[in-house]
Design a protein around this ligand. Sequence first.
Ligand code: ASC
Length: 132
Amino acid sequence: ADDRIEDALEARHGYMTMLAINMGTLAGMAKGEIEYDEAAASTAGANIEALGNYAVSDLFIEGTANGEVDDSDALPAIWENPDDFVQKFADLGEAAAGAGEAVKGGQANVGPVVQKLGGTCKVCHDDYRKKD
Ligand code: ASC
């Protein structure tokens, strides 16, 4: 097997899992399922900011689409629409800017941040991630 392909898949899945863990913390606090904790919220927001600034091109190398490897949900449309795909990641970065600060000050401040971030997750997944 090709290590570059395996490494890109492993790193990509880890990257998405890190986003999901930190989004889960914020979404849980927004819903009241996790007790609001300012420091924990801010850490999660800052982690999402960092991940939103991560240059993901090495995670989406050619040959890692769904259908080309066993364990990929990345649709070939990614590689057919590279400018749009890059823009949608840039939108995540923009939505994440300041998230570590924006979730401070109280539980009521978390929901709007989750909405804004989650919207960028969703629009990209709608076009570029395989549906279950
Ligand atoms: C998450 C997560 C996603 C997005 C998406 C937002 O927490 O794991 O994929 O938010 O559900 O619509």
